[in-house]
Every structure is written in structure tokens, then in C-alpha cells.
Design a protein around this ligand. Sequence first.
Ligand SMILES: Nc1nc2c(ncn2[C@@H]2O[C@H](COP(=O)(O)OP(=O)(O)OP(=O)(O)O)[C@@H](O)[C@H]2O)c(=O)[nH]1
Ligand SMILES: [Mg+2]
Length: 321
Amino acid sequence: MTGKLSNIPTNLIMGFLGVGKTTAILNLLQQKPADENWAVLVNEFGKVGIDGAIFAEAGATVKEIAGGCLCCAVNVPFQIGINRLLKETKPDRLLIEPTGLGHPKKVLELLSGSAFNQVLDLRASICLVDPEKLKDDRYTSNENFIDQIALADVLVANKMDLADAEASTLFYQYAEKIQPEKMLIAQTTQGQLDVAWLDMQRSSLRHAIFPQAHKITKIKSLNNIDQDLTHQAGDFQSVGYIFPKENCFDYPQLNKLLTELNTERIKALVQTNQGWFIINGVAGNMTYTLCKPAMNSRIEIIARQDLVDISTAIQQCLIHP
Ligand SMILES: Nc1nc2c(ncn2[C@@H]2O[C@H](COP(=O)(O)OP(=O)(O)OP(=O)(O)O)[C@@H](O)[C@H]2O)c(=O)[nH]1
Ligand SMILES: [Mg+2]
């Protein structure tokens, strides 16, 4: 099957910020038949981009498009990115992780439209949901959150280890009333998706409730480095920081700073005095995974309107500036 550049089975793995999309794709890659080559295209809200490094660290063939959302800012880079990835890697399957803060309508239209309909065979879109978020109207009133769920063919509650009975009931009530009905409604932890779900059919009859959602706005640079690494859309803002490879962070100090920030989402790839780490934080819950040295250290912070400039505080965590 290798070498074929038509009808490549393709799935969108969507879901809100931090729900477990990257974890789920890593899990699917482990179920990949040994003789197949799968490619991953990942789009990050923030401009710095960490997920690409996470996939690369796991040995995946990956292309990362950072700094905007596929649904608005980076439409052209997205098309170019897919074309380049397909040409270079001739994958047997393509998995796409759109930003958790994006709206899937335009992405689905682009992938199923004339630009790609010969090349890609768009199959079921899978959406992960954190059931605990269904208790919080900041999420249930978020247009992107609602439409990621509305446009999914397969709806999966992830993080079930953190969900109580009320959250679980809310999830099934929410999921079962959506029309047209989902191909599959399931629950899992750690993004454990069944690889067979990828071959389920996509329905083109699903409609967005807020097709005009997700207007992008610009904010002024919050950090003093020469590139503007900030991005804002809707209620959310991101700021990124990049440090040269020589910079080394004091692990306990950096951990204290990032944990105390307790922000919506923190992702980082950093050199510390205890080694290189990928840091993954959702609402103050931080995990550290040792990784290979990278080209530079990167920190990405996503918050609601309350994003503060922590460039000075981060600088103070450096031991070899
Ligand atoms: N407790 C718990 N944590 C999970 C589960 N699945 C994923 N996580 C953790 O949640 C964090 C975010 O997971 P990711 O896979 O990076 O989430 P994502 O949806 O790709 O995040 P963005 O790309 O930033 O939107 C990581 O620290 C994961 O280890 C789960 O089922 N239970
Ligand atoms: Mg991700």
C-alpha cells in the first residue's frame, strides 16, 4: 500500500484544549500495523508548538503547524503542510489533531472539498470530551466546544478516571440527544481509542450550530523577544517563550512558577538541571516526561483573558542564562 497518494484514510481527532487528543493519537500509533506508515498533522493554538515535538519524540512522522487555528489564520499553511507531508511521507493513513480552541467546520470542508477529495478519504471524526467540563457553563457555552461535539461522528468521554457519576450521566445525556445520532458513543481514559474506530464512516449530514464561531483578534506582544509569540481568539490568549539551547532552567524553581500559575494550559519543552523535559499542564496539574535534547527550550501558556506577562519570572528560573 505504500507509495499510494490517493484515498488516504484520514481522521480528525478533535476535542477541547487539554482533553487528551495528543495522548489518544500516541495511543493509536501504538496500534498501527507494523508494515504501515502513518503521518500526523498537528495544529497548535500557540505559536511556539510543543505537540509536534511530543509526536517526534515518540518516533511518529509529523508535521506541525503552530500559531493559529486551521479554521482561520492558517488555512493556506495548512493546505501546504498537508501536501508536503503527503508528498514526503506517502502515508497509509493521516491523523489530524486540530487545535482544541478551533472550530472544525472549515477544516472538515477543506478536507472533504475539491482540494483534497481525490487524495484523502475522510473517515469518522472523533471528538474527545472531558465529562467534568460539562458541569461548567464556561465550556458548555463555548461555541467551539459545542461544535466540536456536534460535528463528531464518534464521541468519546476521556479522563473517566477524573469523572464522577454526575459528569458521566451528563455526558451520556448530552451525547445521546444529538442529531444525527453518533456512530459511536464511548468512554475511556488516557485516550485509549480502538484503532477500528478510525475506519468508521463519516456523515456529511452533521451541522455546526455556530458556523461563524471563532473570530481571531490580535493582541500586542507581551514578551520582549523579537518575535510576537502571542495569539488570541475568543476568550483565550496564548503567549510563547523561546530560549536558546544553552539556557538551562532550575527544575524546582520552574516547576514552582508554572504550578503556581495554575492557568488553563501550559506546555513546554525545556532543558533543566535535571535533564530535558516535556511539561504538560492542565489547570495546575503538571506532568514531566524526560525527553531528548531539542533545538531550543520552549514554553507555551494559554489562559482566558487573565494572561499575565511572566517573562521576567521565567528568566529568573534560568541558571545558565
Ligand atoms: N487524569 C487523566 N489525564 C489524562 C488523560 N488523558 C490525557 N491526560 C493528560 O492530560 C494532559 C493533556 O493531554 P494532551 O493529550 O496533551 O491533550 P490535548 O488535547 O492534545 O491538548 P492540546 O493539544 O493542548 O489541546 C496530559 O498531561 C495527559 O497526560 C486521562 O484519561 N486521565
Ligand atoms: Mg495536543
